[in-house]
Design a binder for this molecule. Structure first.
Ligand code: 4AD
Ligand code: MG
Length: 433
């Protein structure tokens, strides 16, 4: 007999009532009494209650199916019927059931410590919150790529092993590269900058590594970095692209994953209601707003978690903060022409206190300025000569940004901790499983 399997979501629908069909998946929950068993089976599309009777399956078949433990894999054929008591409103009346692999007692259940569950992450990824979050995350990536592709941006594959620690040496993972020191990439930016000369509009989705020891609910040591670089772009162009991208992602996700969002506590309407323009304030105005809320921060200090939260806790839309002081930002950011204490760059802060989603800037074009800033930062200048070449051979105004994908997922999916936005989180205390 050849089995033609349908997704469980297809079986669990009015259109399937009365049809005989086959599903396959994993046992989610079983309840049995006497000769009757209700076995809820899940696959990647959803859940359905299968109703098995000893009469139909025979003594041995019934015993095997009804006693299989949760997470056992099964293939089931039956007829779909409406049943208001079943989850989703339909049940599959079992005619044939096969246990493909009987599971050992599953080690994960509610009430365990977070740490224990993180040790079992390879199994915990089956839990419904993680599944919903990963579906949303995949949609975010799909949507981002579509948006950029439609605007003529080409996806690049920059290296992750690098001789430069572009975002500051202290937070770079160093490694021994056949006897010389190298780093795991903190950003693809410098490489994307090289690629705008032949291609003008480029982006990449790569892993960035940050050796941040701080344990916070928004830092990972390894995260997914969506970076975009545009030739001929100024601060306004850069802001508009970030805004358009984030809006497109929010709207797409709300339309395509409403059930998952609801299950995570995010109302899709909140995302659909977002519209351009996002409010834009300068760093100095952010300081004024903070002062009005009783948070004193001197000019030249970076906005930390507390400040970002104070600025955005009661907002429902993201907030652009532009023109940060040059001294707290990376060496490559362009000084503003109207005030050379600050740069033509911005962060995008998520609403509801979730904090920074994007770091962005126009890029400095003066070789002397770049050299002296690198020098002050204690960088090895010889490692950056290739980057300075980009200013020697046909330099153009350009700008770009980096979006922390897990940060965006955390806000959209209302996750308390950033580790809940990625299947195998990497933090200072965890590199396994
Ligand atoms: O602000 P950052 O450091 O900017 C850059 O790396 C630029 N070179 C990007 C560019 O212009 N191409 O990082 C960009 C974003 C942050 O806004 C944040 O969302 C995310 O990356 N990020 C992290 N996400 C998770 N864990 C961490 N430790 C992160 N560090 C930064
Ligand atoms: Mg930043």
């Amino acid at each position: 007999m050849t089995w033609e399997f349908v997704p469980i979501a297809t079986a669990n629908s009015t259109a399937s009532v009365g049809k005989r069909l086959s599903i396959r998946g994993w046992i989610f929950r079983t309840r049995s009494s006497g000769g009757l068993a209700f076995v809820v089976v899940r696959d990647s599309s959803g859940l359905i209650q299968t109703t098995a009777r000893k009469q139909t399956l025979g003594e041995a078949g019934f015993a095997q199916y009804s006693s299989a433990l949760i997470e056992s894999s099964v293939e089931v054929t039956g007829t779909v019927a409406e049943d208001a008591r079943a989850p989703g409103g339909f049940e599959l009346r079992v005619e044939v059931a096969r246990v493909v692999s009987a599971a050992a007692p599953f080690p994960i259940f509610s009430g365990q410590t977070e740490e224990f569950q993180l040790d079992q992450r390879h199994l915990a990824v089956r839990s419904s919150d993680i599944v919903a979050t990963l579906k949303v995350k995949a949609e975010i990536l799909r949507s981002a790529r579509a948006y950029l592709d439609e605007r003529g941006y080409l996806e690049m594959t920059p290296p992750l092993l690098t001789g430069n620690a572009a975002e500051g040496g202290a937070e770079a993972f160093t490694l021994d590269y056949f006897g010389r020191e190298a780093y795991l990439a903190q950003t693809a930016q410098l490489y994307l900058e090289a690629l705008i000369f032949p291609l003008e509009r480029v982006y990449s989705v790569t892993t960035s590594f940050r050796a941040e020891k701080s344990r916070t609910n928004r830092h990972l040591t390894e995260y997914t970095h969506l970076e975009v670089e545009s030739a001929w772009a100024d601060l306004r162009d850069n802001l508009e692209l970030q805004e358009g991208l984030v809006l497109r992602i929010c709207h797409d996700v709300a339309r395509k994953r409403p059930k998952e969002l609801e299950s995570l506590g995010r109302k899709p309407e909140e995302l659909l209601a977002l519209k351009a323009p996002f409010e834009r304030i300068r760093y100095e105005e952010a300081l004024d707003r903070l002062r009005a809320k009783g948070v004193e921060l001197p000019f030249g200090k970076d906005l930390g978690t507390n400040e970002e939260r104070a600025l955005t806790a009661d907002r429902s839309e993201p907030l652009f903060v532009t023109n940060y002081p040059a001294e707290i930002k990376a060496f490559y950011m362009l000084r503003s022409t109207d005030d050379d204490r600050v740069v033509d760059g911005n962060d995008l802060l998520a609403p509801e206190g979730y904090g920074e989603l994007i770091g962005a800037s126009c890029r400095e074009t003066s070789i002397d300025t770049l050299r002296s800033r690198l020098d002050r930062q204690g960088a090895r200048l010889e490692n950056y000569e290739w980057y300075l070449d980009l200013r020697r051979y046909g330099s153009v105004p350009h700008a770009g940004f980096g979006l922390g994908v897990e940060r965006l997922v955390r806000w959209i999916c209302k996750r308390e901790h950033i580790r809940d936005t990625t299947p195998f989180p990497r933090t200072p205390s965890r590199v396994t499983p």
